[in-house]
Design a protein around this ligand. Structure first.
Ligand code: APR
Length: 316
């Protein structure tokens, strides 16, 4: 059987950690690409990771490069290229620089791996997914953004800490944009099937939701740069579902037209991820409060896309 091929663009903190998780899970062969100035970093990290194989018991060819020809024929491409946040910055502050980077990257990906599924990680995520769609010319099913997996994992981790129970038993769902823009859904959160509202007070649930919302910022303040273990883990969870055609239901930034009344933008929604990429967006019932938060989140996505098209009219 042919091994899957995963290319990770950007060999920085998130990219290298994606390569690490992907290799450790034996998802396939991994290509780690960075700009020519950082080719040594990409090659060095790939070589270092390759040497973990005998100890961690994975078989994967891991190749560092600055040449897109090496990424040709990838099944999944994870795009992490771009600037991370520094303390005091919002994700939106990165927009100008990261649109240029993601645009050049995704044009190359489309050229060399036209059948790949692209997972966008660079921030501000909602603007980057749009940029990738426009500059790649890919069908919407082949473009998906990682934000929800991370946000929901943070929410689940904080709930488990509060309850003193295993994270594995927390099942939760979120909608909307990344961080501040996420739409918490305590009604759809359960602890091994028990509604979370039976185990925690409203105030305790809100505390976990709020911590998840600013979870990225909390880490930026502590480390001076943005998080990478959990963002990479979220991206590789998505890659795994695609490569193994697991058809997992994961919260991702996916293209919605009539769904949730979005009208043609990528927003955070639960979707089925399989070998064809985003195979289905799942619509759930929202109450009035959830609907209002979702509308706010959608409107922020529209504003971000508006900023992109104002700065780069040819992406309209
Ligand atoms: N092509 C390929 N790689 C690029 C390009 C490009 N055009 N431009 C920049 N890069 C690379 C950088 O050289 C660097 O190695 O992207 C890498 C980014 O790595 P870090 O600076 O360590 O940033 P990281 O923490 O990995 O975050 C990357 O993911 O979660 C988001 O907000 C985060 O937008 C940020 C992105």
């Amino acid at each position: 059987m042919r091994r899957a091929k995963i290319s990770v663009i950007g060999a920085g903190n998130v990219g290298a950690t994606c390569a690490h998780w992907a290799a450790a899970k034996e998802l396939g062969d991994v290509v780690l690409l960075d700009i020519p100035d950082k080719e040594g970093v990409a090659k060095g990290k790939a070589l270092d990771l390759s040497c973990c194989g005998p100890m961690e018991r994975f078989d994967a060819n891991i190749h560092g490069t600055a040449d897109y020809a090496d990424t040709a024929g990838s099944d999944v491409v994870i795009v992490t290229a771009g600037l991370p946040r520094k303390p005091g910055m919002s994700r939106d502050d990165l927009i100008g620089t990261n649109v240029k980077i993601v645009r050049s990257v995704t044009e190359q990906v489309a050229k060399h791996s036209p059948d790949s599924i692209m997972i966008l990680v660079s921030n501000p995520l909602d603007a980057m997914v749009y940029t990738a769609w426009k500059s790649s010319g890919f069908p919407t099913s082949q473009i998906v953004g990682q934000a929800g997996c991370l946000d929901v994992a943070r929410y689940r981790a904080f709930l488990a800490m509060k309850l003193g129970c295993s994270v594995e038993d927390i099942s939760a769902l979120l909608l909307g944009g990344h961080g501040d823009d996420m739409v918490p859904l305590p009604r759809y959160t359960s602890v091994h099937g028990i509604p979370v509202s039976q185990l925690l007070s409203e105030a305790e649930i809100t505390e976990c939701v709020n911590r998840a919302k600013v979870g990225g910022g909390e880490i930026v303040k502590l480390m001076g740069t943005s998080a990478y273990y959990a963002p990479a883990s979220g991206s590789v969870q998505m890659a795994e579902s695609i490569i193994k055609d697991k058809k997992r239901i994961l919260p991702c930034a996916a293209f919605c037209d009539s769904e949730y009344g979005v009208g043609g933008y990528f927003v955070g929604v639960p979707c089925i991820l399989g070998s064809a990429g985003v195979e289905k967006v799942i619509e759930i019932d929202l109450d009035e409060t959830e609907r209002a938060l979702m509308d706010e989140s959608i409107s922020h996505v529209k504003d971000l896309v508006g900023t992109v098209t104002e700065m780069f009219p040819d992406l309209a």
